[in-house]
Each structure stands twice: as structure tokens, then as C-alpha cells.
Design a protein around this ligand. Structure first.
Ligand code: NAP
Length: 308
């Protein structure tokens, strides 16, 4: 007979770890199902400068490692598995991976979001052959190479700045004439002598036979096309929420984010949500951690109401 957890947390980013710290510390039988990419998006980030408590900044993977240690310290069980199906409607929630079934009285969905791609056939063909969505992971492979970054948000700025440590030059291609990134990140990028920006342009094609050799870009105002030579292409155009495994049981919005009431409640009793999977607006580690705390406290209250 499988054990029934008090709280099963799906996802191991700041939201999931914070929820686990609270529920395990409240003596609730807690497990985190970590997914393939344990630690979430911060594992792919370099320095985190805006998480309170680290006045000199902290590397993303180090922050996640600390959060994990803190969750384990209070007795959280850490499971490397990938949930594929769920049945969350009953009093005992069922979660299934390819090999295992898990049961829990409450569930916290904290699966975050994943990098988006341009969805060009040439991009798919050259994936892993000069195309990446993670400068921290792959920047090293582009030492002294020319690099193009696509996007205009904080991720694109961060990717471009990280890549200046490796590449000979970094060109940002952005589809508008203004970045949406925070002012401080924009300033660092625009003042950097190894970064240039091509405004009002989109990538129509990734060029190269076996490896990336350049991108064909189109000016959105004049429709004129041109080629930018590069050996590395980093796509930083946002993320989509990881909700497909929910099989339609939780209400989602038109962009597939979980619809949350009172920040962390879902349409199902005993099922809570935390972090980027329900947050298209803020998407910060600290807001995800805050959600994790709220979801944990709501799960605890729900269990008290159940009398368990
Ligand atoms: P984002 O803010 O949604 O920015 C996505 C960028 O990609 C936008 O500039 C968008 O252009 C562009 N874009 C979207 N789809 C595109 C397409 N198909 N083709 C070309 N360009 C496309 O996403 P993000 O940069 O990943 O940031 C997400 C959140 O995380 C934000 O809240 C951000 O502040 C936060 N974040 C913070 C830090 C930090 O503080 N250090 C670092 C990374 C991320 P438009 O502007 O025209 O829409």
C-alpha cells in the first residue's frame, strides 16, 4: 500500500522549496517531486542580485541549493520523478509518473514555466548546434565567437551580459524600438562596448548547414531582410507555464497559466498553486517564494479543517 502524504509539492523552484520548508516544519508529511530540471529556472541563472538577504548577490544554483538544504532539514522527502497524469478531484489526490503512483491529502502545484522558442523549422533543425536558451549553461562553448541574442526583456539583457564574458561580440535583435527590461539592466546593456542592438527586427531564419552560421533578420518597418553572421544564437523571449500534465483538471487562463483565487487557491479543494505556473506578471524568485509560503499555510489550514 502506498503512503499518503499530507502535502505533495510538484516542482522544485523557489515556490516548491519554500512551501516544503513551511509544511515540513509544521510537521506535515511532505514530499517534493522535483521534475527533470530540479531547482527550476534559477539553476540556469548566474547572479541573483535582488533576492533579499544577500547584499552581495548570490549565484542562482547556490540559492537553490540553500533552499533545498533548508527543506530537507525539516524532513522533506525529495523525489526525482516526473508527474505525467493527475486525478486531483477526490479527497485523496492521485499523481502518476511513468513508473510510480503517489497519493496525498493536499497538492501544491509549483511547476513553473519553460523557455519559449521562435518555432522556426531552421531553429528546430539546428537545436543544440549553436542554439540555446541558457547563457550560463552554454556560453562557454562560444568563446571568441559572434553571438546573437533575441528578446528585449530582463532575460535577454542578462543573457547578453553573461555572453560578453565569452563571445567576441553580442548583438541583440529585438522586435520593437524599446526594451521591456528593467532600467538598470537596459543601462548595463546599452553602455556595454561588446553589445550592439538591432531594433525593430525579427529573425526569419537560422542559417547554417550543420551548425549555426548566422541569422536572416527582417526589419519590421521596411520588410527588408539582411544577414547577421554568428556562431551562437540565444533565444530569450519569455516562458510558457508547465501545466500540460494537469489534463484540464485545474482551470487555466488563455495562456495556460493556472487561474488562482486568493493568490494560491485553485478550483479544486485541497489543491493549491504557487509561483510562475500561475503568475504571468511578476515571475520573480521572491514572489514565487511568497506564493510557496501562502500555499503551504493554506494547505495546513485545509488539513486542520479536514480534521487530519
Ligand atoms: P519577458 O519580460 O516576457 O520578455 C520577453 C521579451 O521577448 C520581450 O521583449 C518580447 O518582446 C520578446 N518576445 C516575445 N516573443 C517574441 C517572439 N516570438 N519573437 C521575438 N521577440 C519576442 O520575459 P523574460 O525576459 O524572460 O522575463 C520574465 C520575467 O522574469 C520578467 O518579469 C523579468 O523581469 C523577470 N526576470 C528578472 C531578472 C532579474 O531581475 N535579474 C532576470 C530575468 C528575468 P516585446 O517586448 O515586444 O513584447
Amino acid at each position: 500500500m502506498s503512503k499518503i502524504y499530507d502535502v505533495l509539492i510538484v516542482g522544485s523552484g523557489p515556490a516548491g522549496y519554500t512551501a516544503a520548508i513551511y509544511t515540513a516544519r509544521a510537521d506535515l508529511k511532505t514530499a517534493i517531486i522535483a521534475g527533470h530540471e530540479s531547482g527550476g529556472q534559477l539553476m540556469l541563472t548566474s547572479e541573483v542580485e535582488n533576492f533579499p538577504g544577500f547584499s552581495e548577490g548570490i549565484m542562482g544554483p547556490d540559492l537553490m541549493s540553500e533552499m533545498k538544504k533548508q527543506a530537507l532539514r525539516f524532513g522533506t522527502e525529495f523525489i526525482h520523478d516526473q508527474i505525467e497524469h493527475v486525478d486531483l478531484k477526490g479527497k485523496v489526490k492521485q499523481l502518476k509518473s511513468a513508473k510510480h503512483n503517489y497519493e496525498a491529502k493536499t497538492v501544491i502545484i509549483a511547476t513553473g514555466s519553460q523557455a519559449q522558442w521562435l518555432n522556426l523549422p531552421s531553429e528546430q533543425r539546428l537545436m543544440g548546434r549553436g542554439i540555446s536558451a541558457c547563457a550560463t549553461c552554454d556560453g562557454y562553448f562560444f568563446k571568441d565567437k559572434e553571438i546573437v541574442v533575441v528578446g528585449g526583456g530582463d532575460s535577454a539583457m542578462e543573457e547578453a551580459l553573461t555572453l560578453t564574458k565569452f563571445g567576441s561580440h553580442v548583438t541583440i535583435v529585438h522586435r520593437r524600438d524599446a526594451f521591456r527590461a528593467s532600467k538598470i539592466m537596459q543601462k548595463r546593456v546599452l553602455e556595454h562596448d561588446k553589445i550592439s542592438v538591432i531594433w525593430n527586427a525579427v529573425v526569419d531564419e537560422v542559417l547554417g548547414e550543420s551548425f549555426v552560421e548566422g541569422v536572416k533578420i527582417r526589419d519590421v518597418e521596411s520588410d527588408k531582410t539582411s544577414e547577421v553572421p554568428c556562431q551562437g544564437l540565444f533565444i530569450a523571449i519569455g516562458h510558457k507555464p508547465s501545466t500540460s500534465f494537469l489534463g484540464g483538471q485545474l482551470e487555466l487562463d488563455d495562456k495556460a497559466y493556472v487561474k488562482a483565487k486568493d493568490q494560491v487557491k485553485t478550483n479544486l479543494d485541497g489543491v493549491f498553486v504557487a509561483g510562475d505556473v500561475a503568475d504571468p506578471h511578476y515571475r520573480q524568485a521572491i514572489t514565487a517564494a511568497g506564493d510557496g509560503c501562502r500555499a503551504a499555510l493554506e494547505a495546513e489550514r485545509y488539513l486542520i479543517r479536514l480534521g487530519e
